[in-house]
Write a protein that binds this ligand. Structure first.
Ligand SMILES: [Cu+2]
Length: 161
């Protein structure tokens, strides 16, 4: 009985740790960096996260790296005449003082180009995020299943060539 109780506590703690999954550097808090399972042979993957800026100055996510890819690009999705298109953010992603920016499907996202291995649900992979002011931060991306919301397949294929 006691060991069952202990086990349930341990499971509870693990859940909390998984949910927390956050990283801090300077005034920035990065919550839940995640990626999505890719089909075999996919040339690109995507990654998302939330950035909160508790500082008094604007910072910018300007780049990074991932264990699974040669390239790391910041993109935004635009819907023009019902067609989703991707655009590279050359100046990065600004996070103003007190602001929280969410990179998410159908919005601003990280594009992992030149995948060196398929990304599989349930695993994690290491990466870095580079901020203009705060510097370089090591993070772990948690990989989720291939489910909804679906990536903008046409847009990604278009700019992955
Ligand atoms: Cu993209």
């Amino acid at each position: 009985m006691q060991s069952l109780f202990a086990a349930s506590i341990a499971l509870g703690l693990m859940t909390i740790v998984a949910e927390a999954h956050e990283f801090k550097i300077g005034d920035l808090t990065i919550d839940h960096p995640w990626s999505r399972q890719t089909p075999p042979m996919a040339p690109v993957g995507v990654a998302y996260l939330t950035i909160k800026n508790d500082g008094a100055e604007t910072d910018r996510l300007i780049g990074g790296s991932a264990e699974r890819s040669e390239g790391f690009e910041l993109h935004t999705s635009e819907n023009r005449d019902g067609v989703a298109r991707m655009r590279r953010l050359k100046d990065g992603v600004a996070i103003g003082p007190g602001e929280t920016i969410e990179l998410k499907p159908l919005g601003t996202h990280i594009m992992l180009t030149g995948l060196t291995a398929p990304i599989k649900a349930g695993e994690t992979f290491a990466g870095t995020l580079v901020f203009e002011r705060a510097g370089t931060l090591d993070v772990e991306f948690a990989v989720q299943g291939p489910g909804a919301p679906a990536p903008q397949r046409d847009g990604h294929e278009e700019h992955s060539r």
